[in-house]
Design a protein around this ligand. Structure first.
Ligand SMILES: C[S@@+](CC[C@H](N)C(=O)[O-])C[C@H]1O[C@@H](n2cnc3c(N)ncnc32)[C@H](O)[C@@H]1O
Length: 198
């Protein structure tokens, strides 16, 4: 039996509901940990990222990758999950951040996270969000994309897992959802470029 990236033995993977982010009982506060490979790939795609604030860091699955690469400025979450600083509501406080903001946000507030993150960084800095491809759909999001287009959308061509409550062992081995890194550069007004990775 092989080992997954957590070092745990790959045993029987249980499919939770229809997918890890769609139906079935949702994790409180939308905690779905991201496979760290997504963070490693992002640093290859966007090597200029620096002083990163992981503003919904959960158990640190992305933040720790940024820390190990000397790119992490801060890691916070509404709930302390064993990494970074807890009790930190990204949407409620008035912040400003002299760096880039990268996270896999709570999906139900993803649009709010994008708008807030772009609001609090300087021109030219980046916001990178790991989101389901379905984030491209929807009337409210269309309005947002027209106003603030992402500069790049990097689609995962091999699927990456997001695990409910950080439990990759219990999570389906192959993610049911397709994800992408959505990258905004503050001030960018051109067309969105679509690329593939992984
Ligand atoms: C989808 S999980 C992703 C966790 C982590 N970013 C990762 O990629 O592994 C979303 C996280 O957002 C946090 N969260 C929810 N609402 C929040 C808020 N208003 N401010 C900050 N964090 C929040 C949750 O506690 C949860 O840890």
């Amino acid at each position: 039996m092989g080992k997954d990236w957590t070092g745990n033995k790959k045993s029987t993977f249980v499919t939770l509901g229809a997918s890890n982010h769609s139906d079935g009982e949702r994790e409180e506060n939308d905690y779905y940990a991201t496979e760290p490979l997504a963070g490693e790939e992002l640093l290859k795609l966007e090597p200029s990222l620096g002083n990163i604030w992981e503003c919904a860091c959960g158990g640190g699955h992305l933040a720790d990758v940024f820390a190990k690469n000397g790119k992490l400025g801060s890691a916070t979450d509404l709930i302390y999950r064993g990494y970074g600083v807890g009790d930190c509501d990204f949407l409620e406080q008035e912040w400003s951040w002299e760096g880039d903001i990268v996270t896999n946000p709570p999906y139900k507030y993803a649009r709010e996270f994008v708008v807030k993150a772009l609001d609090i960084i300087p021109e030219g800095r980046k916001v990178c969000m790991f989101l389901k491809l379905t984030f491209l759909e929807g009337k409210a999001r269309k309005k947002m994309f027209e106003k603030i287009p992402p500069k790049l959308v990097y689609v995962t061509s091999s699927r990456l897992n997001c695990a409910k409550s950080g439990d990759f062992e219990a999570c389906a081995k192959a993610s049911a959802a397709a994800y992408a890194w959505f990258v905004w550069e503050k001030g960018y007004k051109g067309d969105t470029i679509l690329k593939w990775f992984n």
